[in-house]
Write a protein that binds this ligand. Structure first.
Ligand code: PLP
Length: 374
């Protein structure tokens, strides 16, 4: 079905802008392998997030997550195999854990913030002890975790790497005003066409430690280090010049794009009754890939989805089903029965929130959701 209001509507540079960049790349005859556009883009991403940070570009965030698992988590035989990860997330993170020969240990979320539960992580550490090799925290919906400093303290005290999947969160800020991308051992971004910062396919891992950044970069290039050939396990995960040139164009316009998305969110927040549509805290300071609200019960969520569908609006329920109920991950260990995760996946509603969203589209969503639903 073709929707009047699609769930995602990427805004990429114009055909003229892309054509002019492609001409430049062809004239330079340098298409990939850390060319001038990629070098400039990596620097731009690092600077955007903050001082003293190193950004390593990838052909996708999933490859970045795989590299982070490989570089930061060092299992010793069968010890330290488990990686704490929420089940309420996108499956790429748990998949990256398994690609690295590790095993996801699913934890529940906090029902208020919808972010991974710190209490559940503490419980997992108590129960599994030295069998835990790291934490994959997810900044759910790209929202900076409101308890990020507590997570950093926990990871430090337990001597565990804290890898953060901030795939949709480039441009978001934490509660203390620092940028998402600057916390933990490293943070991973996606620049997929569906994200607020879209280049098509691409991603980046941002970290403070320069030698780790070098290892991450070597991972994208077959594990090669200068003059020696392969010195570690790697693959080909490089970002090519055309993609980097799109990224450079997007960086220039990104602050204006963010302001625009946040304006639209404030409109949704003002017009949708807060006793029915509960947006998680921190959403207004995030980069807003889309807008997810928890509804009072499953029936109301289903009714809302049906009304949006009827009015030609494409809506979703992110992240449902939870990862631990997906067949490939159903055998993975978990802490307790993930009650809050299951409840939220049955009551969450994700509505479109585009860059430069037409007022008519915003209004049609509000009308569909506030007309008689009960
Ligand atoms: C989009 C997304 C990914 C995957 O990003 P790719 O660039 O498509 O590999 C991973 N994790 C989360 C939370 C995402 O939203």
């Amino acid at each position: 079905m073709k929707y009047d209001v699609p769930f995602i509507r990427p805004v990429l540079p114009s055909a003229e802008e892309i054509t002019s960049d492609v001409k430049e790349i062809i004239a330079a005859n340098w298409f990939t392998n850390f060319g001038p556009k990629e070098r400039q883009f990596a620097t731009g991403i690092g600077n955007y997030v903050g001082q003293g940070l190193h950004a390593v570009t990838f052909a996708s965030a999933t490859l970045g997550l795989m590299a982070a698992m490989r570089v930061f988590i060092r299992p010793t035989s069968h010890e330290r195999r488990f990686v704490i990860v929420p089940s309420f997330t996108f499956a790429a993170g748990p998949a990256a854990i398994r690609w690295a020969g590790l095993e996801p240990l699913f934890i529940d979320i906090d029902p208020e913030s919808l972010q991974p539960s710190l209490e559940a992580a503490r419980g997992a550490i108590t129960k599994y002890g030295t069998r835990i090799g790291g934490i994959l925290l997810c900044n759910t919906f790209g929202i900076g975790n409101p308890a990020i400093r507590e997570w950093e303290t926990l990871a430090k005290v337990e001597n565990l790497p804290l890898i953060i999947d901030s795939a949709a969160g480039f441009g978001s800020t934490y509660a203390d005003g620092s940028m998402v991308g600057s916390a933990g051992t490293c943070e991973v971004f996606s620049f997929h066409a569906t994200k607020p910062f879209a280049i098509g396919e691409g991603g980046a891992v941002v970290c403070r430690d320069e030698s780790f950044a070098q290892e991450l970069r070597a991972f994208t290039n077959f594990g090669f280090s200068a003059g020696q050939g392969a010195s570690m396990l790697g693959l080909n995960g490089k970002l090519q010049e055309i993609s980097a040139s799109i990224g450079l164009r997007q960086l220039d316009k990104f602050d204006a794009a963010l302001r625009d998305r946040r304006r639209t969110f404030r409109k949704f927040e003002a017009e949708l009754p807060s006793d029915v549509f509960r947006f998680p805290p921190g959403m207004a300071e995030s980069s807003l890939c889309f807008a997810s609200a928890v509804l009072p019960n499953h029936e109301l969520r289903e009714a809302a989805l049906a009304r949006l569908e009827r009015d030609g609006i494409e809506a979703r329920a992110y992240y449902a089903p939870a990862v631990h109920v997906q067949p490939y991950f159903s055998s993975a260990p978990r802490m307790d029965d993930l009650t809050h995760t299951l409840k939220v996946t049955s009551t969450i509603l994700s509505i479109p929130l585009h860059q430069s969203m037409r007022p008519h589209a915003v209004q049609s969503i509000i009308t569909a959701l506030t007309g008689k639903m009960h």
